[in-house]
Design a protein. Structure first.
Length: 73
């Protein structure tokens, strides 16, 4: 009997999969941080900007692609 070398599956980080999404062109989008609490002292403009989705750049995008290898848009 021959022993087959098994390659382990890449597991998706479920927490990251719920927080990020892929655009049609393959870029990773994320929501802005600091929008959970203590909103009274922040200006309306700042709060609106934090609600928008942002495209991750550089090393952040590479790290997220390792965490969520099978994420679909």
């Amino acid at each position: 009997m021959a022993i087959k070398n098994k390659v382990t599956k890449i597991r998706t980080c479920r927490g990251a999969a719920k927080r990020f999404r892929i655009t049609g062109t393959g870029k990773i989008q994320a929501y802005g941080a600091n929008h959970g609490h203590k909103l009274g002292k922040k200006s309306m403009r700042k709060k609106k900007l934090m609600l928008k989705k942002r495209v991750l750049q550089g090393a952040d995008a590479r790290n997220m692609k390792r965490l969520v290898p099978y994420l679909k848009g």
